[in-house]
Design a binder for this molecule. Structure first.
Ligand code: NAD
Ligand code: DAU
Length: 340
């Protein structure tokens, strides 16, 4: 199985690479990543010497680079590469358009020209917009993205589905809810709050803190993608999340208090701050399609997942301290710089 992973130096892509090399002795993984602020090769230190793994520094929006790489021939391309942080897209949408939209189309063009066997687009629940209480997103829910990030991911999904319809490309789209776990960049809620609490800093809660996310452990996400590579059908969309198992519907303030309890830190660290503009109120993913068709369900409860995640950030303080100080960007130069 020759797999091209884009964005594999990020949070979910690196988890997926470690997962695939661990699960499949016959897997060969090429990781193409341009190493933006979110790319950290230290996430892959445990497998970087594995002969089945290779790193290529390149931009998915560079047609020559992608065409050259894809001409090597791959069974599967999994596109994780993206600008992924909503707050940054509110500051400036430019890079989101370039990577998430132009980059995806560049990959689609090369995948078609170079006959990639399967194209998997990693997408998000945010393409559906925001939900009232009691409802959940299904694959046929109307698309209603609210942030520049979500709009760029929606455009990418539609380009992938158009390539299936128009050119017959073998591709499908996965849409997942909020992930958490080890190696998540500490700009996202859970690692930011854990690391701030460990540093004795305040936890900035946006608005009233009553927004709801559908939290899924990243290991459950990687397992779903692996399953879909083998079973998923051309032109389909698959939702991945936890709504039916009741892990969803935790407000941000509940998550923050849970984390503080796990860390034995006081609730006085909570600080209500100005809300995110256009903040989506609630997400919940109905994952009955992937459950019914292929038997996937989340295996890690939110309580267990948060406990193990907190433990990981406590035990791997040097990882997130280097990220917060910016020192992590040296890793590439020291370990790869002279060899490429
Ligand atoms: P991340 O920000 O941690 O990682 C993104 C990676 O993509 C980084 O390594 C970065 O260097 C790389 N990248 C960015 N622009 C690139 C470019 N032009 N060329 C090559 N590489 C580039 O993101 P993540 O949280 O791991 O998310 C991965 C994917 O999953 C994204 O597509 C995101 O939309 C999607 N997703 C994320 C979540 C979540 O909760 N984090 C949930 C659902 C879906
Ligand atoms: O739903 C899937 C999406 O989840 C992914 O597609 C995105 O790539 C990923 O970034 C994530 O988006 P969110 O905006 O939901 O995640 P974030 O961690 O930024 O915020 C989670 C919630 O916590 C959201 O309601 C905003 C709130 N929040 C966030 C931060 C960073 C705070 O209250 N304070 C904060 O400091």
């Amino acid at each position: 199985m020759k797999i091209l992973v884009t964005g594999g130096a990020g949070f979910i892509g690196s988890n997926f690479i470690r997962f695939m090399l661990g699960e499949h002795p016959g897997a060969f993984v090429t990781n193409v990543d341009s190493l933006t602020y979110a790319g950290n090769l230290e996430n892959l230190a445990s497998i970087e010497k594995d002969p089945r793994y290779r790193f290529v520094k390149a931009d998915i929006a560079d047609p020559d680079a992608m065409d050259g790489l894809l001409s090597e021939g791959f069974d599967t391309l999994v596109n994780f590469a993206a600008e992924s942080h909503v707050d940054r897209s509110i500051e400036s949408a430019r890079e989101f358009i370039r990577t998430n939209i132009t980059g995806t189309q560049t990959l689609l063009d090369s995948a078609r020209a170079r006959s990639v066997g399967l194209f998997v687009q990693i997408s998000t629940d945010e393409v559906y917009g925001s939900l009232p209480p009691g409802e959940a997103f299904r694959e046929d829910t109307a698309l209603h993205p609210n942030s520049p990030y979500a709009a760029s991911k929606t455009a990418a999904d539609l380009l992938v589905l158009a390539a299936v319809h128009t050119h017959g490309l073998n591709a499908f789209v996965t849409r997942c809810s909020n992930n958490y776990g080890p190696y998540q960049f500490p700009e996202k809620l859970i690692p930011l709050f854990i690391s701030n609490a460990l540093e004795g800093k305040e936890l900035p809660v946006y608005g009233d803190g009553l927004q709801v996310r559908d939290w899924l452990h990243v290991d459950d996400h990687s397992r779903a993608i692996d399953l879909l590579i083998r079973e998923g059908r051309k032109g389909e969309v698959y939702n991945i999340g936890t709504w039916q198992t009741g892990a969803a519907d935790r407000t941000n303030i509940e998550i923050a208090k849970l984390l503080l309890r796990c860390l034995d830190r006081p609730e006085s660290l909570l600080r209500y701050v100005t809300d995110r503009p256009g903040h989506d109120r609630r997400y919940a993913m109905d994952y009955s399609k992937i459950a019914r068709e292929f038997g996937w369900k989340p295996l890690i409860s939110l309580e267990d997942g948060l406990r193990s995640t907190v433990r990981w950030y406590v035990e791997n303080r040097s990882w997130w301290e280097k990220v917060k100080s910016g020192e992590y960007q040296e890793y590439y130069r020291r370990h790869y710089g002279s060899r490429l």
